[in-house]
Write a protein that binds this ligand. Structure first.
Ligand SMILES: NC(=O)c1ccc[n+]([C@@H]2O[C@H](COP(=O)([O-])OP(=O)(O)OC[C@H]3O[C@@H](n4cnc5c(N)ncnc54)[C@H](O)[C@@H]3O)[C@@H](O)[C@H]2O)c1
Length: 260
C-alpha cells in the first residue's frame, strides 16, 4: 500500500498502459479518476477496478481541450474531496509514415493531442497539485522522446517536447512542492503498438510484435505492469528526491546500437 489515501488522475486511462497504472494505483491504496476521450470506456474501466464506485470514477475528457482539462481537474477534486496528489498525463496518439505523404490534418491532431493536450492537462493538474503535500505530475513520453525514429517524425517531435516540458516544470514547480517526471516506454504490447505496426504496413502483427521484442537487448517488450510499477515508484515517497527525470522503460533499447 505505497499510495494509501492518495488521489490520482490518469488521462488516456481507459485501456492499455494507462488502465494498468490506474488499476495498480488503486491496488496500492489510492482512489483514482480514469479520464479518457472515450467516456464510456473510462466508466467501464472504473467499474472494473471498483464496482462500488467508491475508489474509481470514469470521466470523459479530450485533453486537446483546455476547458475539458479544467473540468476534469474540478470533477476529480469533487470526487476526492481533496486536491489531486498524482496526475498521470498519459493520453497520446501515434503517427507513422513518411512526413511528405502525411495528411496535414493528421499532423495537426497529433501535435494538438500530444503537445497542446499534454500542456493543457499539466496546467489544469498543477492548479490542484500545488495544494497537495505529496504532489507528483508524471508524463508519458516515449523512447522517441530521446531517440528519433524514421517515419515517426511528428510523434518523435511531440515526445521530445514532453521531455523538455518535464524538465521545465520540474524547475518551475519544485519550489512549490510538485515533483515532475516522465516515463519513456519503448514499444509495449498494447492496442497502441498493434495499430502503429498495422499503419506501418505489418501484415502479420503477431510476428511484427515478436520482431520488435527480438530487437531489444533484454529480448522482451516492457509490459503494461512494468509501466504501472514505474508510475507507482515515481508517485511514491521512494522517489521523493527525484524530479525532472525521464525514466526509460525500454528493455535497454536506448543504450546503444544492438545487433543479436
Ligand atoms: N504502447 C506503446 O508501445 C507506447 C510506447 C511509448 C509511449 N506510449 C505512450 O503511451 C500513451 C498511450 O499508449 P497506450 O499504449 O496506453 O495506448 P492505448 O491506445 O492502449 O490507449 C490510449 C488511450 O488514450 C485515449 N486517448 C486518445 N486520445 C485522447 C485524448 N485526446 N484525450 C483523452 N484520451 C485520449 C484512448 O481513447 C485510449 O483509451 C501515449 O502517450 C503513447 O505515446 C505508448
Amino acid at each position: 500500500m505505497r499510495l494509501e489515501n492518495y488521489h490520482a488522475v490518469v488521462t488516456g486511462g481507459a485501456r492499455g498502459l494507462g488502465a494498468a497504472a490506474a488499476k495498480r494505483f488503486v491496488a496500492e491504496g489510492a482512489r483514482v479518476v480514469v479520464a479518457d476521450i472515450d467516456g464510456e470506456a473510462a466508466a467501464a474501466c472504473a467499474r472494473e477496478i471498483d464496482s462500488t464506485g467508491t475508489l474509481a470514477r470514469g470521466l470523459a475528457c479530450d485533453i486537446a481541450s483546455a476547458d475539458e482539462c479544467a473540468a476534469l481537474a474540478a470533477e476529480a477534486e469533487e470526487f476526492f474531496g481533496a486536491p489531486i496528489d498524482i496526475f498521470l498525463a498519459h493520453a497520446g496518439m501515434g503517427f507513422a509514415g513518411p512526413l511528405a505523404d502525411a495528411d496535414p490534418e493528421r499532423i495537426r491532431r497529433v501535435i494538438e493531442v500530444n503537445v497542446l493536450g499534454t500542456l493543457y492537462s499539466a496546467q489544469a493538474a498543477l492548479r490542484s497539485l500545488v495544494r497537495s503535500p505529496r504532489a507528483s505530475l508524471i508524463f508519458t513520453s516515449s523512447l522517441q522522446g530521446v531517440t528519433a525514429r524514421a517515419e515517426r517524425s511528428v510523434y518523435t517531435a511531440s515526445k521530445h517536447a514532453i521531455v523538455g516540458l518535464t524538465k521545465a516544470l520540474a524547475l518551475e514547480y519544485g519550489p512549490r512542492g510538485v515533483r515532475v517526471n516522465a516515463i519513456a516506454p519503448a514499444s509495449t504490447d498494447t492496442p497502441f503498438l498493434r495499430t502503429q505496426l498495422e499503419v506501418a504496413g505489418a501484415t502479420d502483427v503477431e510476428q511484427a510484435v515478436r520482431n520488435v521484442a527480438a530487437s531489444m537487448p533484454l529480448g522482451w517488450l516492457p509490459t503494461p505492469e512494468d509501466f504501472a510499477d514505474a508510475a507507482v515508484f515515481l508517485a511514491s515517497t521512494e522517489a521523493r528526491s527525484i524530479t525532472g527525470h525521464n525514466l526509460l522503460l525500454d528493455s535497454g533499447a536506448s543504450a546503444g546500437i544492438f545487433k543479436r
